[in-house]
Design a binder for this molecule. Structure first.
Ligand code: URP
Ligand code: ZN
Ligand code: ZN
Length: 466
C-alpha cells in the first residue's frame, strides 16, 4: 500500500519546506517537490503543516495511588486525535517480581492488542534488591532502556532513597540505560504536610504549600550530585521551577550530561488553580505542584533556550470524583496527577508557536524529535525523513477549537485545560502509514499500536564514551 501526501508544508526540527511525501507500507519512502510517482492513495495537504507524530515520553496509563487507578491504554486514541503517535509509559516494578518481568507482564495484559498508538516503556524500580540492579544490564535487550526513580512520595512503595539512585546509575551507565528522577525532597514534604494538617489546612491548595519550589530544587541538586559522584548521565522529569532549571544549566555548563523536561500544565497553569472553589482545586493536584507565573515564564524561556529539551504531558487520568471522595478532609489523600495527553500538541502550538514564544522547528523538536532521541527511538520516530516510520500529522493552522471534556477521548471526568482556546487542528494522523485520524476524528482500531523497543545510549549519552 502506498500513499502520497502532496502540497503540504513539511516542518521538522531543523527545517521547513514545501514538498510531497511518499509512504510505502509503514515507512517514508521518498520526499521531494512535485514527486512524480504513482500511489494507491493521494492526500492533498495544501494549507497544512506536515509534521512528525508527537512522542509523549511521560504518560501514566497504569499509575495507582491509594488504591485508585488511572485510565489505561483503552483511552490511547486520545493521544492520536491530539497528534501524538508514540507514548512512553512508566511501569512500576511489582514487589517480589523482576523489573523486566513486571514490564513484560504489564505490557501483555494492558497494552498489547489494546493500544491505539505506538508505545514504549520506562521501568520504575520499587523493590531494590541486588538482583534488580543486576537486571539493569539486560534492559537494553528487552527494549526498555530507561529507568525512573521517585525521590518523592515518602512511605509509598515506589519511593526510592539516594543509595538506590546511585546503585542504579552505577549499573546503568555501562549499558547505556538512562536514569530518570522525579526530584522532590520526600522528607521535607512529609514534614510540611503534617504541619499543614495540624493547623487544619486540609484543602487542595495546601498541596502546593507543602511542596514549595525549594523541595524540588534541593532534590534536583542532590540528584545531579549523585550523578556526578557516579559519573553517570541523568534525566530530570517534570521540572517546574527556576531553581531546578538553574541547577540543570549549571551542570550542563560544567559539561555534564544532565537533561530535563517540563510539562504542558507547568507552562500554562499555576498555583491559583489549586484554590478553585467547590473542591475543583483537586483537579490540579499533581506533583511537583503547580507554581507561580514567574516560574511559567522561566519555563517558556527554558524550552526556547534548550535548557529543557522536551515537553511532556505527564498524563495521569484519575477521576475528579475519586479525588474528591478520597481527599475531601485531607489533601494528602488526593490521587496525584492530571490528564493532558490529548491537548499537549495543540496547546504547545497555540501558546508557544502562535504566541511567538517558540519557533515551529522548536515545537517539533520539543514534542517529537528530542523525546524520541531521549528514549532510544530516534532512528525510527520523531522525524520526517526517508526510512523513518510514517507517523505523520497534518495540522491545519486555520482552524481552531475550545477544549471541552465533553468531546475528549481521555475518559476522565474532567479536563485540566477546560475552556482554553486552541489554534489549529490536528486534521489527519498516520500511524506507520495507516490513517488513524481523519478530519479530527479517530478512525483507527484498537490494538493498532505496536510496542517499539527503545535502544540504549539515548540522547543523554551523546558525546559520552560508549
Ligand atoms: O502528580 C503526578 N505527576 N502524578 C503522576 C506520577 C508522577 O509523579 O509522575
Ligand atoms: Zn513524577
Ligand atoms: Zn509522571
Amino acid at each position: 500500500m502506498s500513499l502520497l501526501i502532496k502540497n503540504g508544508t513539511v516542518v521538522t526540527a531543523i527545517d521547513e519546506y514545501e514538498g510531497d511525501i511518499l509512504v510505502e507500507g509503514e515507512k517514508i519512502a521518498a520526499i521531494g517537490k512535485d514527486l512524480k510517482v504513482e500511489a494507491d492513495k493521494v492526500i492533498d495537504a495544501k494549507g497544512m503543516y506536515v509534521m512528525p507524530g508527537g512522542v509523549d515520553q511521560h504518560v501514566h496509563f497504569s499509575f495507582e495511588f491509594n488504591g485508585t487507578k488511572v485510565r489505561g491504554f483503552e483511552t490511547s486514541n486520545a493521544a492520536a486525535v491530539g497528534g501524538t503517535t508514540t507514548v512512553i509509559e512508566f511501569v512500576n516494578q511489582v514487589k517480589g517480581k523482576g523489573l523486566i518481568d513486571s514490564i513484560d507482564d504489564y505490557r501483555k495484559e494492558n497494552a498489547d492488542g489494546i493500544a491505539m498508538v505506538d508505545y514504549s516503556f520506562h521501568g520504575v524500580i520499587t523493590d531494590p534488591r541486588p538482583s534488580v540492579f543486576d537486571e539493569i544490564e539486560r534492559l537494553p535487550e528487552a527494549g526498555y532502556p530507561t529507568v525512573k526513580l521517585f525521590m518523592a512520595y515518602k512511605g509509598m512503595f515506589f519511593h526510592a532513597d539516594d543509595d538506590v539512585i546511585a546503585n542504579a546509575m552505577k549499573k546503568a551507565k555501562d549499558v547505556g540505560v538512562t536514569i530518570m528522577v522525579h526530584a522532590e525532597n520526600a522528607d521535607l514534604i512529609d514534614l510540611l504536610q503534617k504541619e499543614c494538617i495540624e493547623k487544619g489546612n486540609v484543602e487542595p491548595y495546601y498541596h502546593a504549600v507543602s511542596r514549595p519550589p525549594m523541595v524540588e530544587v534541593e532534590a534536583t541538586e542532590r540528584a545531579i550530585n549523585i550523578a556526578k559522584l557516579m559519573d553517570a548521565p541523568l534525566y530530570v522529569v517534570h521540572v517546574t521551577t527556576k531553581g531546578a532549571v538553574d541547577a540543570i544549566i549549571r551542570a550542563q555548563n560544567e559539561g555534564l550530561p544532565i537533561y530535563g523536561e517540563t510539562c504542558t500544565h507547568y507552562l500554562l497553569l499555576d498555583k491559583s488553580n489549586l484554590a478553585k472553589e467547590n473542591f475543583e482545586g483537586a483537579k490540579y493536584v499533581c506533583s511537583p505542584a503547580l507554581r507561580e507565573k514567574e516560574d511559567r515564564d522561566y519555563l517558556w524561556n527554558s524550552i526556547k533556550n534548550g535548557w529543557l529539551n522536551a515537553v511532556s504531558s505527564d498524563h495521569c487520568g484519575f477521576d475528579w470524583k475519586h479525588q474528591k471522595h478520597m481527599g475531601e478532609n485531607d489533601f494528602r489523600n488526593i490521587p496525584n496527577g492530571a490528564p493532558g495527553l490529548e491537548n499537549r500538541f495543540g496547546l504547545l502550538w497555540t501558546y508557544g508557536v502562535e504566541e511567538g514564544k517558540i519557533t515551529k522547528q522548536q515545537f517539533v523538536d520539543l514534542v517529537s524529535t528530542t523525546p524520541a532521541k531521549n528514549n532510544g527511538l530516534g532512528d525510527c520516530k520523531g522525524h520526517i525523513g526517508v526510512g523513518y516510520d510514517a507517523d505523520i500529522v497534518l495540522y491545519d493552522p486555520n482552524q481552531g477549537s475550545t477544549i471541552s471534556n465533553e468531546t475528549s477521548l481521555q475518559g476522565v471526568d474532567y479536563n485540566s485545560f477546560e475552556g482554553m482556546e486552541q489554534k489549529g487542528k490536528v486534521d489527519k494522523v498516520l500511524l506507520r502509514g495507516q490513517l488513524i485520524v481523519d478530519d479530527g476524528k479517530y478512525i483507527g482500531e484498537k490494538g493498532q499500536g505496536k510496542f517499539i523497543k527503545g535502544k540504549p545510549f539515548g540522547l543523554c549519552y551523546e558525546g559520552q564514551n560508549k
